[in-house]
Design a protein around this ligand. Structure first.
Ligand SMILES: Cc1ncc(COP(=O)(O)O)c(C=O)c1O
Length: 392
């Protein structure tokens, strides 16, 4: 009989009988049997991650395409990011080691950037990871979550995956903050309220005074303020986390900083909430290059500011262009515009024929006939309008 110690058994298995590696134990897999998805997950509607990336890469002249469908930055990040990553690869500790736990150095850099102390901050694998962590920590079966719509739908999936009941509220106009609707939707059972400011895709804002009022009015509700597009407005509720212990603010390096590919985000909240999150937070969740890249990006805020200025100037060019052509265009405070078109499907197809990829948002409540387009630099905008000008 084999030794009961599992380590010894493993060594025996590796050694085999001295005639080479042991034969794998090939059992036939039963035909139709499938492992069922948990009922809670089966019941939810998955987030539709439709990206033009594959379509663009399939084209021979793909480098001239305009990828304007995911609100990423349209330019590379600060050159300091690639310098810091290259330097790390040559002289750093090496990729064989796990990353710095809890992204310690990044948190230090974020203290300065956000003005919030480190015990209020947690670095995450993109802000989606922060949103998911919040839902996993604070939501359970049948908890009620209020979400004004239309907004970033991925959060709904994170909440529903916990078995929470999502109550959506829709204003008279999609471009209204719908504070009345939020007040009517919130009940004693509401565990969480999700707000995006500026909102994707409408650009609606929830300024700090409004957020503070909501925190005061609903002390038993956790308010999650998603500031993925904060840099484009510089309007923030992040300082309020030092005042309210029912507020969490999430942010990302994926948009204005141009680091979507590295997956780095963070959240800010009262230490009591951070303590709760820490119960399941993975301190290895931000990879080493992500940490190095994000710190380098924070060390070059001049570069960030020059990109933000480009986006502002581009929006002026676009506003003038659409105004002159009587196109129903809404320039949001973030890096995207919403266009309402009489025949949105036809225009989407014509744009794609010209290598311009935008996001169809016409199925969202209150956004019938609407598409969302990312805004880039002025040079890119001029080139874009040269290419699509005849369509409007
Ligand atoms: C409002 C909002 N929140 C969060 C995210 C996710 O960003 P990240 O890349 O940080 O996961 C996005 C991305 O589009 C977004 O629009």
């Amino acid at each position: 009989m084999s030794n009961a110690n599992p380590d010894v058994r493993m060594i025996e298995a590796l050694q085999g009988d001295g005639k080479g590696p042991p034969e794998p134990d090939l059992q036939p897999v039963a035909g139709d049997e499938r492992i069922a998805v948990a009922p809670t997950i089966q019941a939810l509607t998955p987030y539709e991650a439709v990206s033009s990336q594959a379509a663009i890469e399939a084209q021979p002249d793909h480098h001239t395409s305009f990828k304007l469908d995911w609100n990423e930055s349209t330019v590379a990040p600060s050159p300091r990011v690639s310098e810091a990553i290259a330097d790390y690869l040559h002289n750093g500790r090496g990729l064989n080691w796990y990353p710095k736990l809890g992204s310690e150095d990044l948190i230090e850099a974020l203290e300065e950037y956000t003005g919030v102390s480190g015990d209020h901050l947690l670095a995450t694998n993109g802000s989606d990871d922060a949103l998911r962590l919040i839902c996993s920590t604070f939501l359970d079966d049948r908890d009620e979550v209020v979400i004004p719509v239309p907004t970033y739908n991925h959060f709904m999936v994170f909440a529903q995956s916990r078995g929470a009941e999502v109550v959506t509220t829709r204003g008279q106009s999609a471009f209204d903050p719908n504070l009345q609707g939020i007040a009517s939707a919130i009940s004693d059972r509401t565990r969480l309220l999700y707000l995006v400011s500026p909102n994707n895709p409408t650009g609606v804002m929830y300024p700090p005074e409004v957020v503070a009022r909501l925190c005061r009015e609903y002390p038993k509700t956790l308010i999650v303020l998603d500031e993925a597009y904060y840099e484009f407005t510089k309007v923030t509720g992040i300082g309020l986390v030092e005042q309210f212990s029912n507020l969490m603010v999430t942010r990302t390096f994926s948009k204005a900083f141009g680091l979507a590919g590295l997956r780095v985000g963070y959240l800010a909240a009262a230490p009591s909430l951070i303590e709760g999150l820490s119960r399941i937070y993975n301190p290895k969740s931000v990879n080493t290059l992500g940490q190095v890249g994000a710190i380098a990006a924070l060390n070059d805020l001049e570069y960030l500011e020059s990109f933000l200025a480009e986006v502002r100037a581009s929006k002026e060019i676009l506003a003038k262009f659409f105004q002159e052509r009587d196109v129903n265009a809404r320039l949001t405070p973030a890096n995207f515009v919403i266009l309402r078109m009489p025949d949105v499907d036809a225009i989407l197809q014509q744009l794609e024929e010209r290598g311009v990829y935008v996001r169809n948002r016409s199925s969202y409540p209150g956004l019938e006939g609407c598409l969302r387009m990312t805004v880039g630099t002025t040079a890119q905008t001029e080139r874009l309008l040269d290419r699509i000008g005849d369509l409007f």
